[in-house]
Design a protein around this ligand. Structure first.
Ligand code: 3HC
Length: 314
């Protein structure tokens, strides 16, 4: 049973800006929240490799292929940093992975949209990784030490992801009419789903209050979404791209960009598994996981043998 004194002492540590480390006392609810949010973050990184991976074999040049390969490999690494951070809370990676492949654990809705043209890869780099940077730079200050440090590492690579995407968007936007049309079409399809990456509006966010009290999240979903919109409107103008929201208007009073209604029905539909690509993403991940079972078995057998020979030698 958690005593009020323990809870008060814990909150005092959080309020003082201290980092909570794996061996520290923490409320079980805090532990559960970090496992939930951090593992879903990791799942998102791994599933997020699929949409862009679809274009590695069809990149328009060797340079673009190399850049895309590097980015997709980075995402795998991000997933591994995050799984390692969450394993410090005593959960196994195998269980976490089973929870999303065969259970109800989530991954980010954005990865359930198809990548129909190469311009989609460019726009993912600019918008999706741009949104991830806004979120992850705050998560890098999160109160749980291992999760904070995983996000610090991720953010270093994320800025390359966004820059390479924005560079390609600028190139296409100033290219031939066909290239301009292709990149504008990609922005039209990815703008609203990108805004949904920040989660439901604050009034519909059951986890936010607790996560903010414990400084797991430093800002609310709407605050981060607004920050992303404010910076992206200017980036779109700079490359002569139109964002598909006729209600976008600078509000002199607030100093922020007002924006139109986000299609929340679509969001919850995708979160509940009914997006265009949900089934295909899960099928691809389950097949990869099942086809890779022999590698995991061999690695575990090897590790057991090494441990045995070390024990026999000592
Ligand atoms: N897709 C799927 N599910 C979502 C979602 C989204 N975009 N936004 C929210 N949800 C889910 C939540 O998981 C929660 O469900 P659960 O309680 O069953 O887990 C429910 O909707 C209610 O949302 P809340 O706002 O209450 O949930 P959170 O407080 O956890 O906030 C979040 C949601 C902002 C996504 C937060 O979890 C978060 O910041 N997570 C860490 C970052 C992350 O996961 N980013 C995903 C993208 S990773 C990425 O972009 C990789 C890059 O390299 C491309």
């Amino acid at each position: 049973m958690e005593t009020q004194q323990q809870l008060d002492n814990f909150q005092a540590r959080i309020d003082a800006g201290e980092k909570i480390e794996p061996k520290d006392w923490m409320p079980d609810r805090y532990r559960q929240q970090i496992i939930r949010m951090g593992s879903q973050h990791a799942h998102s990184e791994i599933v997020g490799m699929l949409p862009e991976g679809n274009w590695i074999g069809r990149a328009p040049s060797l340079k673009r292929k190399l850049v895309l390969l590097a980015k997709v490999q980075d995402e795998a690494g991000h997933g591994l940093y995050l799984y390692s951070a969450i394993e410090t809370l005593g959960v196994s990676r195998a269980d976490l992975i089973d929870q999303y492949l065969y259970g109800s654990a989530k991954y980010s809705s954005i990865f359930n949209y198809p990548t129909l043209s190469y311009a989609d890869v460019c726009v993912i780099g600019w918008l999706v990784d741009g949104a991830a940077i806004v979120n992850q730079t705050k998560l890098a200050q999160s109160s749980y030490g291992p999760y904070s440090r995983a996000n610090i590492r991720i953010c270093r690579e994320e800025s390359f992801h966004k820059k390479q995407g924005y560079e390609m968007v600028a190139k296409l936007a100033s290219g031939t009419p066909a290239q301009r049309k292709m990149v504008q079409d990609a922005v039209n399809r990815f703008w609203w789903p990108t805004l949904m990456m920040f989660g439901p509006s604050d009034s519909d966010s059951p986890n936010s209050a607790e996560l903010i009290k414990w400084k797991v999240k430093l800002n609310t979903n709407d605050e981060l979404r607004q920050h992303f919109i404010d910076r992206t409107v200017m980036e779109a103008e700079a490359v002569n791209i139109t964002l598909p929201d006729p209600d976008l208007k600078f509000n002199q009073e607030t100093g922020h960009w007002d924006y139109g209604d986000i299609p929340w029905d679509e969001f919850w539909d995708v979160v509940q598994g009914n997006g265009v690509m949900n089934r295909e993403r899960m099928k691809a991940r389950r097949e990869a996981h099942e086809n890779g079972a022999w590698v995991r078995k061999a690695a575990q057998a090897y590790a057991r043998k090494k441990k045995l020979s070390r024990e026999q030698a000592s």
